[in-house]
Design a protein around this ligand. Sequence first.
Ligand code: HMG
Ligand code: MG
Length: 313
Amino acid sequence: MSERVALPQVERDPSLPEAITIYEVGPRDGLQNEKATVPAATKAAFVRRLVEAGLGTVETTSFVNPQWVPQLADAQEVLDLLGDLGRGATRPVLVPNERGLDRALEAGVGAVAVFGSATETFARKNLNRTVAESLEMFAPVVDRAHASGLWVRGYVSMCFGDPWEGPVPVAQVADVCARLRDLGCDQISLGDTIGTGTTGHVERLLDALEERGIGTDVLGVHFHDTYGQALANTLAALRRGVTVVDASTGGLGGCPYARSATGNLATEDLVWAMDGAGVHTGVDLDALVATSVWMAEQLGKPSPSRVVKALAG
Ligand code: HMG
Ligand code: MG
């Protein structure tokens, strides 16, 4: 008899929500750190394949200063190639400032994400601003985006540790989240940029946010997998009521302005865990793995995802 294809045996885990929303960041966070230029047509094909695999929300690209992130300098071209598939409230793009918003509006996007930092050092390195200055920079972006009918996400980086400053107090993170909420962001994504978070830390941060009136209904979690903790941390957040999880197909990712950042939680690892626990994601795991295998060929290097390695083998 031939070997059976591995699939997780489904045993419903009642501590987890019945369904989650995966916020796919592969085309943006996944590719922004790649040194070799990926052609716009490949990026557009990547987004298309992700949508076909069942991912509802896909962050497509960034309208940042192209000198800061040359890999995503072709944002407009990628959106042109995508046509309607790249527009709408479920295809956000990153914008840091009004210049980025102008470009995004011109491209016809339906959602944007501003990205702040819980620490001063990373705010300087990533945005060339203090934390306060970056929040001032975001204020008109959020207002104008809303006035144009766009959905707005606010990221907070370095929520669980900073490579220059070390530990980051949860109250400091909660302050920045509260500022983004007060600016009017529709959702706040908690970024573990360098992957140092652990489960108790996730709990403490969610406690601190709840005390500030920021409930799990407006939160997303964004774990990088540097230390192999991303899935455990995600499960901890889901058990507390979070239902939006950022992930990157194939486990691609990293931030060019934080060297210790490696790939995000691999979407395949998340989908495997959710499929086994009877949590609906809407994603076809086989189609996703095939996409990662294809993308690995384009990038000339294997996917770091354990699930991709196991299923693609
Ligand atoms: P700056 O150098 O201070 O910008 O950079 P500036 O306002 O002084 O402008 C300088 C020049 O850049 C001007 O041109 C602007 O027009 C131009 P000039 O007048 O000299 O010819 N410029 C732009 N051009 C196109 N698009 C724009 C834009 N903005 C200015 N949007 C800035 C400040 C914020 C722009 C810069 O620091 C930047 O682009 N940073 C982006 C860094 C980045 O993309 N990092 C990765 C994403 S964040 C991340 O990965 C973390 C996350 O995944 C969560 C997590 O893991 O924690 C989200
Ligand atoms: Mg990230």
